[in-house]
Ligand binder design. Structure first.
Ligand code: AMP
Length: 218
């Protein structure tokens, strides 16, 4: 199955994709993580992406598309994957469909995790991530047991440089202008599933899994 996770920054796409990835045994392909990894490796794509990411802007379509198509052509994605953060523009969605058509594949579902704007800002501005395993924490809603350390792997926690107030506002505004039109695109194809993301992590996961009609592990 090929599933697209849609939602504003802070809606919980990554968290839910991690859960689904385990439940459905599918690789979790996060475009933002691929850019951050490229930046750590100091590749040309990583350095180019940084200038956009720092401002909260989208990396040019052609760069994002090339990176994702290369990633999903790897063998682990042959039977399906979960897209997190891609597509983010109508053009990206159309190019992905075209590439899939040429390979005889199709996107099965697009899941839109809906969260009110005020809640998104609160979530992003309090978000800390583990540098090693990427698990997200929140300074108020889900703090780590030891400040600055990941409960799971003891890795160092850090705040993303684009989780700053001004950049958060820019990212949200870009989502509402450039990404929202994608909802209609998948709705017209009868692939859109909307879930209320303003609930606990497990409740949202249950809603998604039940909408996908996938058996959930006990
Ligand atoms: P994320 O981790 O998904 O919040 O993405 C972080 C940043 O990476 C975004 O603010 C963009 O600058 C860039 N990015 C991630 N995915 C895409 C995409 N599909 N198209 C363009 N830029 C992207």
């Amino acid at each position: 199955m090929y599933i697209i996770m849609l939602g504003a920054p802070g809606a919980g796409k990554g968290t839910q994709a991690d859960i689904l990835s385990q439940e459905m045994n599918l690789p979790h392909i996060a475009s933002g993580d691929l850019f951050r990894q490229a930046l750590e490796e100091r590749t040309g794509v990583g350095l180019l992406a940084k200038s956009y990411m720092d401002k909260g802007e989208l990396v040019p379509d052609e760069v994002a598309i090339k990176m994702i198509l290369e990633r999903i052509n790897q063998p682990d994605c042959a039977a399906g994957c979960l897209f997190d953060g891609f597509p983010r523009t109508l053009h990206q969605a159309e190019v992905l469909d075209k590439a899939f058509r040429e390979q005889g594949k199709t996107i099965d579902k697009a899941i839109y995790i809906e969260v009110p704007n005020g809640e998104l800002v609160k979530r992003l501005s309090g978000r800390w991530l583990c540098r090693t395993c990427q698990i997200p924490y929140h300074i108020i809603n889900s703090p780590p047991k030891t400040p600055g350390k990941c409960d799971k792997c003891d890795g160092e926690l850090y705040q993303r440089s684009d989780d700053k107030e001004k950049t958060i506002k820019e990212r949200l505004s870009i989502f509402f202008t450039q990404t929202i039109p994608i909802l209609d695109y998948y709705k017209k194809q009868n692939k859109l599933i909307k879930v209320n993301g303003n609930l606990g992590i497990q409740e949202v996961a249950r809603a998604i899994i039940s909408a996908l009609k996938v058996p959930m592990s006990p």
